[in-house]
Design a protein around this ligand. Structure first.
Ligand SMILES: C[S@@+](CC[C@H](N)C(=O)[O-])C[C@H]1O[C@@H](n2cnc3c(N)ncnc32)[C@H](O)[C@@H]1O
Length: 513
């Protein structure tokens, strides 16, 4: 067995898993760790240590890699019976000094669920700020963070032949993609990231991922893929001396130019019908909305697009967030200097805010043209999207848009629709009133959409049982409400389209054609 396989056998024998860690220190300490607070978990392990002569292997691994403490060499030997103390050092996981070992890389269990079932991996990356206790080095290789989880949740999962993961970092997206593809190409500008990602692939038994070094689409020039995923280095950074340029989040371009390059570059690398799921930041200039800026990038590249903006940060909040993310603490001279540099850059270029969101792109099938050019702001919390992630909702949204594109108003009138199972209706009454003063439809999953209803739309939705056509329901409502049927239908059809687009109504199987 090679050293990474020995490592795998040791981690597996130790039972180094997410539930095992939670079992070591309990739910409160686990929650504290999510807030980057290690004290409760450390106290739990101290109590375990005090009660016995030797720590179990899983506790040694947890102390070393999750809680960032030194362990003794005999303890390390318990954790790595096959790999050995020297083997763990040679692989770069620990540094040994004076009879003690410290973590030199982050290594933690990771669990998830997707259409292929539940999975559990170990992911190595560079040590974070909590372990190093200071600002990160510029070549830091990121572990699995919030944005990583967001993108893996967006990823479409229908089986495909090929996937490109651009900017693979520790390889987390490539690993997810490799469960649903015959082959994956994972690229990065960082040799160190590629080495760690390749180790993670071996550690978790993947043989269908190829790692390539290079910037943006250079390593895949002339190639096309069925799916592209990327959590690109989208963070906007001032290009002045003294501001660190972190490889893991910053592609070295001015403003949001890197995001533009990635989004537009996709067009040269998708197979017909192929899709891309990406994350990005876009600038708001002089108070204007940022989404038209993204539209302008994409309108001429020949791709279907659906951009969902999830939040907008003011220039100041954006600067604070990303300076802090690099490990520079507030109320220090360095923090203030960097803050000023960010605000200068934003002021010079007229940037008033920065949007963040999800991007879904699709290459039209051969001979077809672009049918989807959709941008929307969904700034609220997501609905309950477990376990498949928001990707399933986006995939259903693409299918709904395709159905709508081929359905004119006459066909929509003839269609039979049903209400999605996660939709509920809220009615609010003034005390004593018989009729509601407000009616709101709420989507339980997806983007948790809320749609305000008037009487006619509420009645139409209530009658969408898959039996009556939309036109028949409109006719009945016109009679009931004593209004003109043509005018009512013309009024309701655009709202019905919007509800289908949002996944609240869907065509019954007989109407899908
Ligand atoms: C935000 S991290 C994403 C890591 C990982 N894919 C994830 O989702 O957690 C961005 C990655 O892009 C890489 N990168 C930076 N500049 C790049 C470029 N010009 N071309 C390709 N990758 C780049 C960084 O080294 C880093 O690994």
């Amino acid at each position: 067995m090679n050293p990474v396989e020995l490592l795998r056998s040791d981690l597996s024998a130790a039972g180094y898993t997410v539930p095992a860690l939670a079992g070591l220190w309990g739910p409160d300490a686990a929650e504290a760790l999510h807030r980057d607070q290690r004290v409760p978990a450390r106290r739990a392990l101290d109590a375990l240590r005090a009660g016995r002569s030797d720590l179990p292997a899983v506790a040694v691994l947890a102390d070393l890699f999750v809680l960032g403490r030194a362990v003794t060499l005999p303890e390390l030997a318990v954790a790595f019976p096959a790999l050995g103390v020297q083997g763990a050092a040679d692989l770069g996981f620990v540094s040994i000094d004076g009879g003690q070992a410290r973590a030199a890389l982050d290594l933690r269990p990771y669990s998830f669920e997707d259409t292929a079932g539940a999975g559990s991996w170990w992911i190595a990356s560079d040590l974070g700020e909590l372990a190093t206790g200071g600002a990160l080095p510029e070549d830091h290789v990121l572990g699995v963070g919030g944005a990583s989880l967001t993108l893996s949740g967006l990823m479409f999962q229908a089986p495909v032949d090929s996937v490109l993961d651009l900017g693979t970092g520790c390889g987390i997206q490539a690993l997810h993609a490799a469960r649903h593809a015959r082959r994956v190409v994972a690229t990065d500008i960082s040799e160190r990231a590629l080495a760690i990602a390749a180790m993670n692939a071996t550690l978790n038994g993947f043989e269908n991922i190829e790692f390539r070094l290079g910037s943006l689409f250079e390593p895949v020039a002339g190639e096309r893929f069925d799916r592209i995923v990327s959590n690109p280095p989208f963070v906007i950074t001032p290009r002045v001396d003294g501001v660190p340029s972190y490889e893991y989040r910053d592609g070295g371009m001015v403003g949001d130019a890197l995001v533009e390059a990635v989004l537009t570059g996709v067009a040269e690398h998708l197979e017909p019908g192929g899709t891309a799921q990406l994350l990005g930041n876009w600038e708001y200039h002089d108070g204007d909305d940022g989404l038209p800026r993204v539209r302008a990038w994409l309108d001429s590249v020949g791709l279907d697009y659906w951009i969902v903006e999830r939040e907008v940060l003011s220039a100041a909040l954006y600067a604070e967030t990303w300076i802090r993310d690099g490990g520079t603490t507030p109320a220090t001279p360095d923090f203030d200097r960097l803050y000023a540099a960010w605000l200068d850059d934003f002021a010079e270029r007229g940037v008033s805010g920065v949007g963040f969101g999800y991007v879904v792109l699709r290459m039209p099938r051969a001979g077809a043209s672009v049918t989807l050019t959709r941008t929307e702001q969904q700034h609220g919390p997501l609905g309950d999207i477990e376990p498949r992630g928001v990707g399933a909702h986006l995939e259903a949204g693409l299918a709904a848009s395709d159905w709508l594109a081929g359905t004119d108003d006459a066909a929509l009138s003839a269609a039979r629709l049903t209400v999605a199972g996660d939709v509920t209706e809220e009615r609010h009454y003034w005390p004593g009133d018989e009729n509601p003063t407000a009616m709101v439809l709420r989507q339980g999953g997806g983007f948790g959409r809320a749609v305000t209803l008037d009487t006619a739309l509420a009645a139409l939705i209530g009658a969408c049982d898959g039996e009556l056509s939309v036109g028949a329901i409109c006719a009945a409502l016109a009679q009931l409400l004593e209004v003109d049927e043509t005018a009512l239908t013309a009024d309701l059809l655009p709202a019905v389209r919007e509800l289908v687009r949002g996944g609240i109504l869907s065509p019954s199987s007989s109407s899908r054609g």
